[in-house]
Design a protein around this ligand. Sequence first.
Ligand code: GYE
Length: 365
Amino acid sequence: MRKRLLAALTCSMMVLVTGCGNDDMTVLTPNGPALIKDDGSGSSNSVSTKATQKTTTTTKTDTKKSSGSSDLVHVGFAQVGSESDWRLAQTDSMKSTFTEGNGYQFDFVDCNNDQQKQVETIQKFIDDKVDYIVLDPIVEDGYDDVLKKAQDAGIPVIVVDRNISASDSLYTCWVGSNFVKEGEDAAKWLKEYLASEGRDSESLNIVTISGTTGASAQLGRSEGFNNNMAGNWTLLDEQSGDFNEDGGRAVMTAFLAQYDDIDVVVCQNDNEAYGAIDAIQNAGKSCGPNGDMIMISFDATKGGFERMVAGEINVDVECNPLEGPLVSELIQKLEKGETVDKIQYVEEGVYPADTAADIIDSRAY
Ligand code: GYE
Protein backbone atom coordinates (compact mmCIF):
# COMPACT_ATOMS: atom_id res chain seq x y z
CA MET A 1 0.00 0.00 0.00
CA ARG A 2 2.67 2.42 1.04
CA LYS A 3 4.75 1.43 -2.02
CA ARG A 4 1.79 1.96 -4.38
CA LEU A 5 1.07 5.39 -3.01
CA LEU A 6 4.69 6.35 -3.42
CA ALA A 7 4.91 5.07 -6.98
CA ALA A 8 1.91 7.18 -7.98
CA LEU A 9 3.23 10.17 -6.10
CA THR A 10 6.69 9.81 -7.61
CA CYS A 11 5.39 10.02 -11.14
CA SER A 12 3.02 12.91 -10.46
CA MET A 13 5.74 14.90 -8.73
CA MET A 14 8.23 14.13 -11.47
CA VAL A 15 5.74 15.55 -13.94
CA LEU A 16 5.28 18.58 -11.73
CA VAL A 17 8.97 19.14 -11.27
CA THR A 18 10.74 17.72 -14.30
CA GLY A 19 8.58 15.56 -16.46
CA CYS A 20 8.87 11.78 -16.11
CA GLY A 21 11.88 10.21 -17.71
CA ASN A 22 14.26 13.13 -17.21
CA ASP A 23 17.27 11.93 -15.25
CA ASP A 24 18.47 15.39 -14.26
CA MET A 25 17.62 16.45 -10.75
CA THR A 26 15.56 19.62 -10.67
CA VAL A 27 13.84 21.77 -8.09
CA LEU A 28 11.12 24.38 -8.18
CA THR A 29 12.73 27.80 -8.27
CA PRO A 30 11.01 31.12 -7.72
CA ASN A 31 10.54 31.35 -11.46
CA GLY A 32 10.08 27.69 -12.37
CA PRO A 33 12.19 24.55 -12.44
CA ALA A 34 15.98 24.82 -12.61
CA LEU A 35 18.73 22.29 -12.78
CA ILE A 36 20.30 21.06 -9.61
CA LYS A 37 24.01 20.57 -9.95
CA ASP A 38 26.19 18.32 -7.88
CA ASP A 39 29.55 19.66 -6.73
CA GLY A 40 31.21 18.62 -9.94
CA SER A 41 33.67 16.26 -8.35
CA GLY A 42 32.29 13.20 -10.05
CA SER A 43 30.72 9.95 -9.10
CA SER A 44 32.44 9.71 -5.73
CA ASN A 45 29.70 12.02 -4.55
CA SER A 46 26.96 9.72 -5.62
CA VAL A 47 25.68 7.42 -2.96
CA SER A 48 24.46 4.12 -4.21
CA THR A 49 21.20 3.80 -2.44
CA LYS A 50 21.48 0.05 -2.87
CA ALA A 51 23.47 0.23 0.36
CA THR A 52 21.25 2.95 1.77
CA GLN A 53 18.20 1.05 0.70
CA LYS A 54 19.40 -2.01 2.56
CA THR A 55 19.53 0.09 5.68
CA THR A 56 16.24 1.76 4.85
CA THR A 57 14.49 -1.56 4.32
CA THR A 58 15.72 -2.80 7.66
CA THR A 59 14.58 0.43 9.20
CA LYS A 60 11.12 0.19 7.75
CA THR A 61 10.62 -3.31 9.15
CA ASP A 62 12.04 -2.30 12.47
CA THR A 63 10.11 0.89 12.76
CA LYS A 64 6.60 -0.19 11.74
CA LYS A 65 4.36 1.75 14.05
CA SER A 66 1.44 0.15 15.82
CA SER A 67 -0.50 3.41 15.53
CA GLY A 68 -1.97 2.43 12.17
CA SER A 69 0.07 5.05 10.28
CA SER A 70 2.40 2.51 8.63
CA ASP A 71 1.03 3.27 5.14
CA LEU A 72 2.54 6.71 5.38
CA VAL A 73 6.22 7.54 5.14
CA HIS A 74 7.09 9.06 8.50
CA VAL A 75 9.37 12.10 8.13
CA GLY A 76 10.71 14.19 11.01
CA PHE A 77 11.96 17.68 10.15
CA ALA A 78 14.22 19.51 12.63
CA GLN A 79 13.83 23.08 11.39
CA VAL A 80 16.24 25.89 12.40
CA GLY A 81 13.59 28.32 13.67
CA SER A 82 11.41 31.09 12.29
CA GLU A 83 13.90 33.95 12.22
CA SER A 84 13.31 35.21 8.68
CA ASP A 85 10.99 35.44 5.67
CA TRP A 86 13.26 32.93 3.92
CA ARG A 87 12.81 30.48 6.79
CA LEU A 88 9.01 30.85 6.75
CA ALA A 89 8.98 30.21 2.99
CA GLN A 90 11.08 27.07 3.47
CA THR A 91 8.77 25.85 6.26
CA ASP A 92 5.74 26.43 4.00
CA SER A 93 7.42 24.53 1.18
CA MET A 94 8.09 21.54 3.44
CA LYS A 95 4.67 21.57 5.11
CA SER A 96 2.79 21.83 1.83
CA THR A 97 4.82 18.96 0.38
CA PHE A 98 4.85 16.48 3.27
CA THR A 99 1.09 16.14 3.61
CA GLU A 100 -0.92 13.01 4.35
CA GLY A 101 -2.48 13.40 0.92
CA ASN A 102 1.01 13.03 -0.53
CA GLY A 103 1.63 9.90 1.53
CA TYR A 104 3.50 11.34 4.49
CA GLN A 105 3.25 11.55 8.25
CA PHE A 106 5.18 14.75 8.98
CA ASP A 107 6.59 15.76 12.35
CA PHE A 108 7.73 19.39 12.23
CA VAL A 109 9.76 20.88 15.06
CA ASP A 110 10.81 24.55 15.16
CA CYS A 111 14.10 24.42 17.08
CA ASN A 112 14.04 28.14 17.85
CA ASN A 113 17.67 28.66 16.79
CA ASP A 114 18.75 26.49 19.75
CA GLN A 115 21.21 23.80 18.75
CA GLN A 116 20.72 21.80 21.94
CA LYS A 117 17.00 21.66 21.16
CA GLN A 118 17.81 20.55 17.62
CA VAL A 119 20.02 17.68 18.81
CA GLU A 120 17.29 16.62 21.26
CA THR A 121 14.74 16.79 18.44
CA ILE A 122 16.81 14.43 16.29
CA GLN A 123 17.14 12.07 19.27
CA LYS A 124 13.34 12.17 19.69
CA PHE A 125 12.87 11.32 15.99
CA ILE A 126 15.21 8.35 16.50
CA ASP A 127 13.23 7.25 19.58
CA ASP A 128 10.00 7.62 17.59
CA LYS A 129 11.49 5.40 14.85
CA VAL A 130 10.66 7.79 12.01
CA ASP A 131 11.45 6.56 8.48
CA TYR A 132 13.55 9.62 7.53
CA ILE A 133 15.08 12.53 9.39
CA VAL A 134 15.38 15.86 7.59
CA LEU A 135 17.82 18.21 9.31
CA ASP A 136 18.40 21.89 8.59
CA PRO A 137 21.42 22.43 10.86
CA ILE A 138 21.52 25.69 12.83
CA VAL A 139 25.34 25.69 12.91
CA GLU A 140 27.94 23.47 11.24
CA ASP A 141 29.43 21.69 14.25
CA GLY A 142 28.06 19.42 16.94
CA TYR A 143 25.85 16.86 15.19
CA ASP A 144 28.30 13.94 14.92
CA ASP A 145 27.11 11.95 17.94
CA VAL A 146 23.41 12.19 17.25
CA LEU A 147 23.88 11.42 13.55
CA LYS A 148 25.86 8.31 14.53
CA LYS A 149 22.88 7.27 16.65
CA ALA A 150 20.52 7.79 13.69
CA GLN A 151 22.83 5.71 11.54
CA ASP A 152 22.99 2.95 14.15
CA ALA A 153 19.18 2.97 14.21
CA GLY A 154 19.15 2.62 10.40
CA ILE A 155 17.37 5.93 9.82
CA PRO A 156 18.50 7.87 6.71
CA VAL A 157 19.22 11.55 7.34
CA ILE A 158 18.77 14.18 4.62
CA VAL A 159 20.53 17.47 5.41
CA VAL A 160 18.94 20.54 3.80
CA ASP A 161 19.90 24.18 3.30
CA ARG A 162 22.87 24.67 5.67
CA ASN A 163 25.87 22.33 5.81
CA ILE A 164 27.39 20.38 8.68
CA SER A 165 30.99 19.57 9.44
CA ALA A 166 30.27 15.91 10.35
CA SER A 167 31.62 13.19 8.06
CA ASP A 168 29.36 12.74 5.04
CA SER A 169 29.25 9.03 5.86
CA LEU A 170 26.86 10.01 8.66
CA TYR A 171 24.11 11.32 6.37
CA THR A 172 22.51 10.11 3.16
CA CYS A 173 22.69 13.33 1.16
CA TRP A 174 22.69 17.11 1.38
CA VAL A 175 20.79 19.64 -0.72
CA GLY A 176 21.00 23.40 -0.42
CA SER A 177 22.74 26.59 -1.48
CA ASN A 178 26.33 27.35 -2.41
CA PHE A 179 26.91 30.04 0.21
CA VAL A 180 30.53 30.76 -0.75
CA LYS A 181 29.36 31.42 -4.31
CA GLU A 182 26.64 33.74 -3.01
CA GLY A 183 29.29 35.80 -1.19
CA GLU A 184 31.52 35.80 -4.28
CA ASP A 185 28.58 36.91 -6.41
CA ALA A 186 27.95 39.86 -4.08
CA ALA A 187 31.59 41.01 -4.34
CA LYS A 188 31.55 40.54 -8.11
CA TRP A 189 28.36 42.59 -8.43
CA LEU A 190 29.87 45.39 -6.31
CA LYS A 191 33.00 45.54 -8.48
CA GLU A 192 30.94 45.72 -11.67
CA TYR A 193 28.53 48.28 -10.19
CA LEU A 194 31.37 50.56 -9.04
CA ALA A 195 32.99 50.31 -12.47
CA SER A 196 29.72 51.19 -14.19
CA GLU A 197 29.42 54.25 -11.92
CA GLY A 198 33.04 55.27 -12.55
CA ARG A 199 33.79 54.71 -8.85
CA ASP A 200 36.14 51.74 -9.07
CA SER A 201 39.23 53.68 -7.95
CA GLU A 202 37.42 55.07 -4.87
CA SER A 203 38.45 53.81 -1.42
CA LEU A 204 35.39 52.17 0.12
CA ASN A 205 34.52 51.46 3.74
CA ILE A 206 32.33 48.40 4.21
CA VAL A 207 30.44 47.01 7.21
CA THR A 208 28.90 43.55 7.25
CA ILE A 209 25.92 42.46 9.33
CA SER A 210 26.50 38.73 9.32
CA GLY A 211 24.06 35.92 10.00
CA THR A 212 23.98 33.47 12.89
CA THR A 213 27.61 32.89 13.84
CA GLY A 214 28.80 29.43 12.86
CA ALA A 215 25.89 28.77 10.46
CA SER A 216 27.19 27.68 7.07
CA ALA A 217 25.10 30.43 5.45
CA GLN A 218 27.10 32.96 7.50
CA LEU A 219 30.48 31.27 7.11
CA GLY A 220 30.12 30.83 3.34
CA ARG A 221 28.78 34.31 2.59
CA SER A 222 31.54 35.93 4.70
CA GLU A 223 34.24 33.79 3.10
CA GLY A 224 33.01 34.38 -0.44
CA PHE A 225 32.72 38.15 -0.02
CA ASN A 226 35.76 38.82 2.16
CA ASN A 227 38.12 36.80 -0.04
CA ASN A 228 37.03 38.74 -3.11
CA MET A 229 37.30 42.31 -1.87
CA ALA A 230 39.10 44.76 -4.14
CA GLY A 231 42.40 46.19 -2.87
CA ASN A 232 40.87 49.60 -2.18
CA TRP A 233 37.98 48.25 -0.04
CA THR A 234 38.25 48.17 3.75
CA LEU A 235 36.06 45.96 5.91
CA LEU A 236 35.56 48.26 8.90
CA ASP A 237 33.59 45.74 10.93
CA GLU A 238 31.54 42.56 10.80
CA GLN A 239 29.02 41.72 13.54
CA SER A 240 26.20 39.20 13.74
CA GLY A 241 22.58 40.27 13.43
CA ASP A 242 21.48 36.63 13.86
CA PHE A 243 19.56 36.63 10.56
CA ASN A 244 16.69 38.69 12.01
CA GLU A 245 15.32 42.22 11.72
CA ASP A 246 15.95 43.30 15.32
CA GLY A 247 19.52 42.05 15.04
CA GLY A 248 20.04 44.03 11.82
CA ARG A 249 18.65 47.20 13.44
CA ALA A 250 20.78 46.85 16.59
CA VAL A 251 24.04 46.12 14.75
CA MET A 252 23.50 48.94 12.21
CA THR A 253 22.65 51.41 15.00
CA ALA A 254 25.94 50.50 16.71
CA PHE A 255 27.90 50.76 13.45
CA LEU A 256 26.45 54.23 12.74
CA ALA A 257 27.41 55.37 16.23
CA GLN A 258 30.96 54.09 15.76
CA TYR A 259 31.74 54.93 12.11
CA ASP A 260 30.82 58.11 10.26
CA ASP A 261 32.22 57.07 6.89
CA ILE A 262 30.37 53.90 5.85
CA ASP A 263 30.04 53.47 2.07
CA VAL A 264 28.67 49.93 1.78
CA VAL A 265 26.48 47.82 4.08
CA VAL A 266 26.38 44.07 3.48
CA CYS A 267 23.44 42.35 5.20
CA GLN A 268 23.56 38.57 5.06
CA ASN A 269 19.77 38.31 4.74
CA ASP A 270 16.78 40.48 3.85
CA ASN A 271 15.39 40.68 7.38
CA GLU A 272 18.67 42.09 8.67
CA ALA A 273 18.53 44.58 5.79
CA TYR A 274 15.03 45.76 6.83
CA GLY A 275 16.34 46.49 10.35
CA ALA A 276 19.50 48.13 9.01
CA ILE A 277 17.50 50.37 6.63
CA ASP A 278 15.40 51.49 9.61
CA ALA A 279 18.50 52.33 11.60
CA ILE A 280 20.02 54.25 8.67
CA GLN A 281 16.83 56.26 8.10
CA ASN A 282 16.46 56.93 11.84
CA ALA A 283 19.98 58.39 11.75
CA GLY A 284 18.86 60.79 8.99
CA LYS A 285 20.81 58.93 6.30
CA SER A 286 19.80 56.88 3.28
CA CYS A 287 20.81 53.78 1.36
CA GLY A 288 20.08 52.26 -2.05
CA PRO A 289 20.91 53.31 -5.63
CA ASN A 290 20.46 57.04 -4.90
CA GLY A 291 21.36 56.90 -1.21
CA ASP A 292 24.38 57.70 0.93
CA MET A 293 25.32 54.03 1.24
CA ILE A 294 25.22 51.01 -1.04
CA MET A 295 23.03 48.28 0.47
CA ILE A 296 23.72 44.63 -0.45
CA SER A 297 21.37 41.89 0.75
CA PHE A 298 20.92 38.13 0.44
CA ASP A 299 17.85 35.87 -0.01
CA ALA A 300 15.92 37.88 -2.65
CA THR A 301 12.58 37.30 -0.99
CA LYS A 302 9.54 39.25 -2.13
CA GLY A 303 10.15 41.71 0.71
CA GLY A 304 13.69 42.21 -0.55
CA PHE A 305 12.34 42.93 -4.02
CA GLU A 306 9.89 45.45 -2.55
CA ARG A 307 12.82 47.23 -0.88
CA MET A 308 14.66 47.30 -4.21
CA VAL A 309 11.62 48.77 -5.97
CA ALA A 310 11.44 51.33 -3.14
CA GLY A 311 15.08 52.27 -3.82
CA GLU A 312 16.47 51.06 -0.48
CA ILE A 313 18.49 47.97 -1.54
CA ASN A 314 20.97 47.96 -4.46
CA VAL A 315 21.21 44.24 -5.08
CA ASP A 316 19.77 41.02 -3.66
CA VAL A 317 21.66 37.74 -4.04
CA GLU A 318 19.18 34.91 -4.30
CA CYS A 319 18.90 31.97 -1.93
CA ASN A 320 16.19 29.46 -2.83
CA PRO A 321 14.01 28.15 0.02
CA LEU A 322 11.58 26.04 -2.04
CA GLU A 323 13.19 22.74 -1.12
CA GLY A 324 10.16 20.65 -0.13
CA PRO A 325 9.44 19.04 -3.54
CA LEU A 326 13.10 18.16 -4.03
CA VAL A 327 13.46 16.56 -0.59
CA SER A 328 10.29 14.57 -1.28
CA GLU A 329 11.68 13.49 -4.63
CA LEU A 330 14.87 12.29 -2.91
CA ILE A 331 12.90 10.31 -0.34
CA GLN A 332 10.85 8.67 -3.04
CA LYS A 333 14.00 7.66 -4.89
CA LEU A 334 15.47 6.22 -1.71
CA GLU A 335 12.22 4.33 -1.07
CA LYS A 336 12.57 2.72 -4.49
CA GLY A 337 16.25 1.89 -3.97
CA GLU A 338 17.42 4.41 -6.54
CA THR A 339 20.66 6.34 -6.43
CA VAL A 340 20.70 9.96 -5.30
CA ASP A 341 23.57 12.42 -5.56
CA LYS A 342 25.36 12.94 -2.28
CA ILE A 343 25.62 16.72 -2.72
CA GLN A 344 23.31 18.94 -4.72
CA TYR A 345 23.13 22.71 -5.04
CA VAL A 346 19.97 24.59 -5.95
CA GLU A 347 20.39 27.12 -8.73
CA GLU A 348 20.31 30.78 -7.75
CA GLY A 349 20.68 34.21 -9.34
CA VAL A 350 21.68 37.81 -8.58
CA TYR A 351 19.08 40.57 -8.84
CA PRO A 352 20.21 44.22 -9.10
CA ALA A 353 17.64 46.88 -8.16
CA ASP A 354 17.06 47.98 -11.74
CA THR A 355 15.65 44.51 -12.57
CA ALA A 356 13.34 44.35 -9.53
CA ALA A 357 10.20 46.06 -10.84
CA ASP A 358 9.99 43.71 -13.83
CA ILE A 359 10.59 40.55 -11.80
CA ILE A 360 8.78 41.15 -8.51
CA ASP A 361 5.40 39.77 -9.60
CA SER A 362 6.91 36.45 -10.65
CA ARG A 363 8.52 35.79 -7.28
CA ALA A 364 7.05 32.77 -5.53
CA TYR A 365 8.29 33.63 -2.03
O1 GYE B 1 19.58 33.28 4.26
C1 GYE B 1 18.28 33.38 6.22
C2 GYE B 1 17.81 32.32 7.11
O2 GYE B 1 20.06 29.17 5.99
C3 GYE B 1 19.98 30.07 3.85
O3 GYE B 1 18.81 31.33 7.06
C4 GYE B 1 19.41 30.10 5.19
C5 GYE B 1 19.47 31.45 5.85
C6 GYE B 1 18.76 32.55 5.09
O4 GYE B 1 17.46 32.73 8.34
O5 GYE B 1 17.30 34.29 5.87
